[in-house]
Design a protein around this ligand. Sequence first.
Ligand code: 7PJ
Length: 294
Amino acid sequence: MDAPWVERPQHTLTLPSGRTLSADGRPLVMGILNVTPDSFSDGGRFLGLPDAVEHGRAMCADGADIIDVGGESTRPGSDAVPADEELRRVMPVIKELTAETTVPISIDTQKAEVAAAALDAGAQVINDVSALRADPAMAPLAARTGVPLVLMHMLGEPKTMQADPTYDDVVGEVTAWLRERVAFAVEAGVRDGQIVVDPGFGFGKRIGHNLELLRRLDALHALGHMVMAGTSRKAMLGRILGAPEAERLHGSLATVACAAMAGCHIMRVHDVRPALEVVKVCEAVRRGMAYGRA
Ligand code: 7PJ
């Protein structure tokens, strides 16, 4: 068995505001904000505009380090959303939140047009689940703007990714794939230090693949970048617990603790406050006696 606590390598992202983001003190918590125009669509997994802004505010108040705003479902089997529709969903929320708060906003999109508009409106991070594969204009945009960029692993695309995902060595293959995507980004002019890598839990993976990636998440540190993990409420928890999405909070928190032990830098979660408590306690345990003698 490997050592239970892995050092978290020190990395610093620089935001357009000039502020920096580092996980040197504790892992960062990114709050998920999914937006659609209809609050009842998709079983309440997404929020309509007023609810979305309110939920974003609440996550800021709960101490989120970043808010990740997305207007396109990437869940298994989902269809792509046209750019104008995606813009109609996310832009009002981004405008409202950037006007009200200093918490950096990340735009979860595969489209350069959407990312560009979001950045113009004050978003400061690009989270591209296609890792620059979906839109040839995304890499130049990331290079030109210089914003932090999340590159996530996905086998295939959302429509087909869960068809029959197979790997000989899931950790090795995901790591090698991300290494190639990082090289592509750097070749396009993205600054190496602004890249975050993410194994893409649930994106073209069976339950065992996801669990193995979490168990050995520390392997991704070899890439030399911040590591992000998005396990919140995902299907692997449903399988383990036999619970619907609404009842996966505690399971999600267990994965946050596992990721914290692996030295993960950014936790992408629905439930900000409990996740923040978990990372704070994990960090205190990591430090042990150095945390305090009182
Ligand atoms: C992820 C994401 C993830 C990153 C989604 C969901 C599905 N972006 N966007 N990592 N998942 N970087 O939240 O359940 O795991 S959408």
